[in-house]
Design a binder for this molecule. Structure first.
Ligand SMILES: [Ca+2]
Ligand SMILES: [Ca+2]
Ligand SMILES: [Ca+2]
Ligand SMILES: [Ca+2]
Length: 276
């Protein structure tokens, strides 16, 4: 399944790469991706502490209108990126300032896709490790409110395809939501899906992989070719605690120990008070 939107996004990605050229690995900022302790509910809303234990990066998306000639800068919106893993899956959350969110009917989308879609997020992984995103790399996406996509960048026209068309598997789940001027994306995919045909990452704790994010916001410039993107970040997948991931159940098991610790502290304090 192909659509003009994905072609446009790919064009943006290639423009970015061409303009900057393959950067040296040492120039890429790194993000230490911690091992998950608080489970995430994929519902397109950040509720309670579900992302509080993730690596968090606050920055701005700078948007450009690619339907203008020449391409013009149209402004920025603040964003926070969240990333963490649970030893088998990578979890990504994005909270982006977005004053208006109107779902748009996309006549170019093929049959089978939702008729009304909004903003989109694309995630590009430098799977072949050459320092930029192009043929041989992975492309995953989510379009608000309900469409997810697992693709691969390939050498032949049009430069990308869905993993399932290439003999691979779709390996992404996600949800998005808009409320009170903020758009939220929550996405998860395997660290290693075992899908070489789809150019998917093959990560394990201790590994690292470069990633860049591209977002589309049609309402920002009232056209459907308004994009912002990040530079490459090197995701460093941290080892999990010895004994496995601390899950919600494990956290509850720790509570009596924490209670014991507090009791010991109080007892020590009481003993100190009794000293002359
Ligand atoms: Ca959530
Ligand atoms: Ca690459
Ligand atoms: Ca895949
Ligand atoms: Ca893929």
């Amino acid at each position: 399944m192909r659509s003009s939107t994905f072609i446009c996004v790919l064009t943006v990605a290639l423009l970015v790469c061409t303009a900057r050229g393959p950067p040296a690995r040492a120039q890429i900022p790194s993000i230490d991706v911690p091992c998950l302790q608080v489970p995430v509910t994929l519902d397109g809303a950040i509720t309670g502490p579900e992302w509080s234990d993730a690596a968090a990066l606050s920055t701005y998306f700078h948007f450009y209108n690619f339907s203008a000639d020449p391409v013009e800068y149209v402004g920025n919106q603040s964003v926070t990126l969240y990333v963490k893993h649970d030893s088998t899956q990578l979890w990504i959350g994005i909270l982006m300032e977005d004053a208006i969110e109107n779902l748009t009917t996309w006549p170019t989308y093929p049959t089978g896709m939702p008729s009304a879609l909004g903003d989109g997020l694309w995630i590009f992984y430098d799977v072949n490790g050459d320092g930029w995103t192009g043929a041989g790399d992975d492309e995953k996406g989510i379009v608000h409110p309900s469409f997810t996509y697992d693709g691969a960048l390939i050498p032949s026209f049009p430069g990308y395809d869905e993993d399932t068309d290439l003999g691979g598997t779709k390996d992404i789940a996600g949800a998005s939501g808009w409320a009170a001027g903020w758009l939220t994306y929550e996405v998860v995919h395997p660290l290693n899906a075992g899908d070489a045909a789809g150019n998917d990452p093959a990560l394990a704790p201790g590994d690292h992989l470069a990633v860049s994010f591209v977002v589309m916001d049609p309402e920002f410039g009232n056209v459907n070719q308004v994009y912002a993107w990040t530079s490459l970040y090197d995701l460093v997948i941290a080892p999990c605690p010895v004994g496995g991931v601390i899950t919600a159940t494990g956290f509850e098991l720790l509570t009596p120990l924490l209670g014991l610790g507090a009791a010991v502290s109080l007892a020590v304090a009481a003993l100190k008070k009794r000293r002359p």
